[in-house]
Write a protein that binds this ligand. Structure first.
Ligand code: ZN
Length: 321
């Protein structure tokens, strides 16, 4: 910035130099005047009142998202040494809050240092290499654990997406001038009464990395356990333990496909309070086990129902821990 000003100062004389300097100093003041004018306008105040109930509900869902994040399990235990490691390294936190760091913190990736060939193969066949090098065993206990993580990851993915959808709708309804969101986003959301959600999905992550002997070249493959990877892992485990061939196994694997099928079957409506997506476009719906998995309930259509987040949250609060 300094260079062109000095250059112009020399080339165009002091008039240009002072003129440019004034613009640079005055700019923030001009933006502030424009911003204050917009936030104080009757139009903005009216729109703020208009979205007040949407903003309040948005904040409720944000708190719900924080609860899911705090109570769910987002980690499969594994060891980079290739030895058997038990599947439960998630640190459970019984109380939660909205602290920023807590809600965005990710778990450290599990790292396996390998040859270049293994790293390359892992990128071609991630599920196979994940199981082999991180001791994810093909047994029913592991499958149950993977299904548990998959359920929590997908709930959180959907809830985070729901919050983002609500924020998009609030912006669309207020439709602020571009410079407001570009320069004064925090102030905008504060005045609208929305608590922004910094919450992310803490995906379990597995990494294969190769570092050359000299350390100056390397290659790495990251495998992130999102819903589609977790579904693939569940299906692979079920095949390997021949569980999928049993009658119970065939009908009892929870996947994104099944969750979406249940919501379709229930007409995207909460079977308890009967509120539907047709009535409330941003409704957050979840698929719930009538008999919980922990009590032997299967992921079969007759044991699954669609609940809205409010009913599911109330049900969860009533369940013994
Ligand atoms: Zn409901």
């Amino acid at each position: 910035m300094a260079v062109p000003i000095v250059f112009l100062g020399i080339a165009g004389g002091f008039g240009v130099f002072i003129g440019l300097a004034l613009v640079l100093i005055a700019n923030p003041i001009i933006w502030k005047v424009r911003k204050d004018g917009y936030f104080n306008s009757e139009q903005f105040q009216a729109l703020r009142t208009d979205v007040a109930s949407v903003a309040a509900e948005h904040n409720d869902v944000v708190n719900y998202v924080a609860e899911i994040r705090a109570q769910g399990s987002f980690e499969l235990g594994a060891s980079s040494t290739g030895q058997y490691a038990h599947l439960a390294t998630f640190e459970n936190t019984s109380s939660w809050n909205n602290r920023r760091d807590r809600n965005v913190a990710e778990y450290a990736p599990h790292v396996h240092n390998a040859s270049l060939q293994v790293v390359r193969n892992a990128s071609m066949d991630p599920i196979k290499y994940l199981m082999k090098y991180f001791s994810i065993k093909a047994d029913k206990e592991t499958l149950t654990d993977v299904q548990h993580v998959a359920d929590d990851v997908s709930r959180l993915e959907e809830a985070v997406r729901n919050v983002q959808g609500r924020e998009t709708e609030i912006v669309a309804r207020i439709n602020p001038p571009t410079f407001i969101l570009k320069r004064y986003a925090d102030e905008f959301w504060n005045l609208v009464g929305v608590h922004l959600s910094p919450i992310t999905v803490p995906y379990p992550s597995y990494k294969f990395q190769y570092i050359s002997a000299g350390g100056n070249s390397g290659q790495a493959v990251d495998i992130r356990l999102d819903t589609s990877t977790l579904d693939a892992l569940s299906e692979t485990l079920a095949q390997k333990i021949h569980w999928a061939k049993s009658a119970a196994g065939q009908r009892a694997l929870m996947t994104a496909r099944l969750r979406s099928w249940i919501k379709d079957r229930d007409n995207h409506r909460c079977v308890q309070c009967e509120i539907s997506v047709a009535a409330e476009p941003h409704l957050l719906l979840e698929v719930d086990h009538l008999v919980p998995v922990s009590k032997g309930g299967l992921s079969t259509p007759d044991n699954l129902q669609t609940l809205c987040w409010r009913c599911n949250r109330t049900k969860g609060a009533k369940m013994p821990a």
